[in-house]
Ligand binder design. Structure first.
Ligand SMILES: Nc1ncnc2c1ncn2[C@@H]1O[C@H](COP(=O)(O)OP(=O)(O)OP(=O)(O)O)[C@@H](O)[C@H]1O
Ligand SMILES: [Mg+2]
Length: 488
């Protein structure tokens, strides 16, 4: 095959494929343009999943009538002036690619007026084919309407998810920008419904409440630190609030939302052992760093950045989180001194090594420790843990206990796991393991494929909902799943 030069409109569509992945990407680019233009009011109106229509209006600087056609040309931007600017980018946009890319895969109309001009101008572009700019009445600012997204790239349309999913991506985009620009009024309408209306907030904390809701925002504490020319600030969840996904991790570099492994790692490291494995905190982190210290030109959707001194950034972020969590833990009000009797804490456990309970009546409370019901007054063998005196609780997850040998700190999560494990082990010894069938059986394979020919099948299961049913084979030690099968 000979080499050919691709036609210009193919090139535009290939470029658009990287920039405009889905309707939310259009919203992101248009809102970024509005923010770069200094807008104080940004309104996003979406129809359907966004592929039928997205309209973004702002009250920013606007585009001069004679520049309007240029704004739709590839590599045309007002945000870079000389080559050195490329290495100290202060704006969200810089490549002059977003508008032409969007226009090459949609039917786009832009209307804009600067404050100095009396009349505005309008331009329509369909699948990259530009019409003529014409005078038009317009308030100061810019409105871009994008209709029939991907009308000329049906393959791309097929990759779109359900309207609800696409809409939720759009909400996420607006929310992320809103968190970083509290002083800007954001509004998102879907058809006749207003999904978000975040009036300009006097304090960043007010914006947190608007975007994350009172429950999550209420659990966040402010933090901040500087290191050299860097500053790290924002809000973080103090233990024990944690989440099973990283969706409440919002990280910004010079107010640009980024997904960055270094920052994520630094945040998690800052939490040290306060988080269980697989749990994530809620953190809104703003890193302010000299523009020349970060390269933002590394990702087509501008979601990733590269730091010149990544270990310094990592250390600054981890230390900011670590020290603020420590200060938070020491702050008055965080340590709850519990009245032992009032709280009803009674530590009960078998003397080590975890012998079977001598009498059925003296089993530990069903919910285990701490604060199980009906546990007072029962006679159980004394062990180290039962001799402890609970003084208080710190960070909502550690028990501070006094003992004849000194002070003991107990990780409540770990203690609870251990108690659950011991309970299962006891039930196992007594052949009374509580079981419930899995809806979809899990097959566990053991040994190499060649050994399976001589392997014996085993399974442990019970009727759904049946309790304490004796299995024909004993439950393999160490396996605490509720229904298992495999080969031995
Ligand atoms: N809402 C707006 N208000 C004022 N000017 C705008 C607006 N949208 C676009 N422009 C102008 O049009 C130019 C081209 O916009 P476009 O988004 O294509 O590129 P960019 O923002 O410079 O870079 P990027 O491709 O990284 O977004 C901008 O540089 C800006 O001058
Ligand atoms: Mg832009």
């Amino acid at each position: 095959m000979r080499i050919i030069v691709l036609p210009e409109d193919w090139i535009s569509r290939i470029a658009a494929g990287e920039v405009v992945e889905r309707p939310a990407a259009v919203v992101k680019e248009l809102v970024e343009n509005a923010l770069d233009a200094g807008a104080r009011e940004i309104s996003v109106r979406v129809e359907g999943s966004g592929s039928s229509s997205i309209r973004v209006s702002d009250d920013g600087d606007g585009i001069a009538a004679e520049d309007l056609a240029l704004a739709l040309e590839r590599h045309s931007t007002s945000k870079l002036r000389d080559e050195a600017d490329l290495f100290r980018i202060a704006t969200l946009g810089f490549r002059g690619e977003a508008l032409p890319s969007i226009a090459s895969v949609s039917k786009l109309e832009i209307v804009s007026r600067t404050r100095q001009e009396q009349a505005g101008a309008r331009l329509r572009v369909e699948g990259g084919k530009k019409g003529r700019a014409a005078a038009a009445g317009s308030p100061a600012g810019t409105t871009v309407e994008v209709r029939d997204l991907f009308f000329n790239t049906p393959a791309r349309r097929k990759f779109l998810k359900s309207p609800a999913t696409e809409l939720s991506h759009i909400c996420d985009v607006v929310n992320r920008m809103a968190l970083a620009y509290a002083e800007v009024h954001f509004r998102l309408d879907h058809g006749a419904r207003t999904l978000s209306d975040y009036v300009a907030a006097a304090r960043p904390r007010d914006r947190l409440q608007q975007v994350l809701g009172p429950e999550i925002a209420g659990g966040l504490a402010p933090f901040g630190a500087s290191s050299g020319k860097m500053t790290v600030n924002g809000f973080l969840s103090t233990a024990p609030s944690s989440y099973s996904t990283s969706r409440y991790l919002h990280m910004y570099v010079n107010r640009r939302f980024v997904r960055d492994r270094i920052l994520t790692h630094a945040v998690l490291q800052g939490y040290e052992t306060l988080l269980m494995k697989g749990r994530y905190p809620a953190v809104v982190l703003f890193l302010e760093i000299p523009y020349e210290e970060v390269d933002v030109n590394v990702h087509p959707a501008k979601y990733e950045v590269r730091f010149r001194r990544q270990s310094e950034v990592h250390e600054a972020v981890a230390e900011a989180i670590r020290s603020s969590l420590r200060a938070e833990a020491k702050a008055p009000g965080r340590t709850e001194i519990l009245d032992r009797e009032q709280a009803g804490f009674v530590v009960q456990e078998a003397a080590l090594p975890y012998a079977a309970w001598p009498h059925k009546e003296s089993r530990p409370p069903a919910e285990g420790y701490p604060g199980g019901t009906g546990s007072k007054g029962e006679t159980v063998p004394k062990g180290f843990f039962s001799s402890l005196d609970i003084v208080g609780q710190i960070l909502g997850c550690y028990l501070v206990c006094g003992s004849p040998r000194g002070m003991a700190l107990i990780d409540q999560h770990a203690a609870h796991e251990r108690i659950a494990f011991e309970r299962m082990r006891r039930q196992l010894d007594q052949g009374e393991v509580e079981r419930q069938n899995l809806l979809i059986p899990q097959i566990l394979e053991r040994g190499s494929p060649s050994s399976t020919t001589s392997a014996l099948p085993w399974s442990v299961s019970g009727r759904a909902g049946s309790r304490s049913r004796r299995s024909r084979r004993s439950f393999p030690r160490g396996i605490t799943g509720s229904s298992c099968a495999g080969w031995l």
